[in-house]
Design a protein around this ligand. Structure first.
Ligand SMILES: [Mg+2]
Length: 221
């Protein structure tokens, strides 16, 4: 283990676009379902529905909490629809790759507890992790319901994570594809890692970055 990570006892991973490459475009499927839900629930056309999903995402950090606060939409109803039967075949290239096999063995070799920390749902995380043969690598999943639907980078998700698992942020590393979600982690004292993003971040909130998850896991070893 590289000296910068010798203190880490809890390894926290984002799910979407972190544990699989963004090129699979799986999240597009979730957004499409949110648009369909919006069209039906609010009796809107497709473009107006897309705009509504996007605007609530921007304003609230996640469409689910925006719909709840502005329109009284039940979060579980919305999220069940949004993540229902997302076609995991889009992950086939990654699932069958030598890179994923190496990622799995390198995550397995990290010493300590491993958690998945997602703005999506537990149901979705369980499905994706099982499909990729990664479920057994992780001790548990913390999802958006655990943070009362206030998404990363808002504090409730992190508070829930720390309370539930007794996580000491100063002995944790958090791996993400969103620099924004690392800001809160950094404030709390976590070691922050940005992956699957092109370019080199100049952001002070990023301790390490790599073009891919596998590249970072190789660096970390
Ligand atoms: Mg992500």
């Amino acid at each position: 283990m590289t000296p910068a990570l010798a203190h880490v006892t809890t390894w926290i991973f984002d799910l979407d676009n972190t544990l699989y490459p963004p090129e699979s475009r799986l999240e597009d499927e979730v957004v499409n379902r949110m648009v369909c839900y919006t069209a039906g629930r609010f009796n809107l056309g497709i473009q107006a529905s897309k705009d509504m999903v996007y605007q609530h995402h921007v304003k609230h950090g996640a469409t689910v909490i925006g719909y709840y606060e502005d329109h009284g939409v039940e979060p579980e109803h919305f999220l069940t629809f949004a993540y229902w039967d997302v076609p995991l075949e889009k992950l086939n290239e990654w699932r069958d790759s030598a890179e994923l096999a190496e990622v799995r063995s390198r995550i397995a070799a990290l010493p300590g507890r491993k958690l998945v920390f997602t703005n999506g749902t537990r149901y979705h995380a369980e499905r994706v992790l099982s499909y990729l043969g990664m479920r057994e690598l992780f001790d548990d999943i913390i999802d958006i319901a655990d943070g009362d639907y206030r998404p990363k980078p808002q504090m409730p998700m992190y508070t829930s994570l720390m309370r539930r698992y007794g996580v000491d942020p100063k002995r944790s590393a958090f791996v993400e594809d969103s620099a924004k979600n690392l800001t809160t982690a950094k404030e709390l004292g976590m070691y922050t890692v940005l992956v699957n993003r092109p370019g080199t971040p100049t952001d002070q909130t990023v301790d390490a970055s790599a073009p891919s998850l596998l590249d970072w896991l190789r660096q970390a070893a």
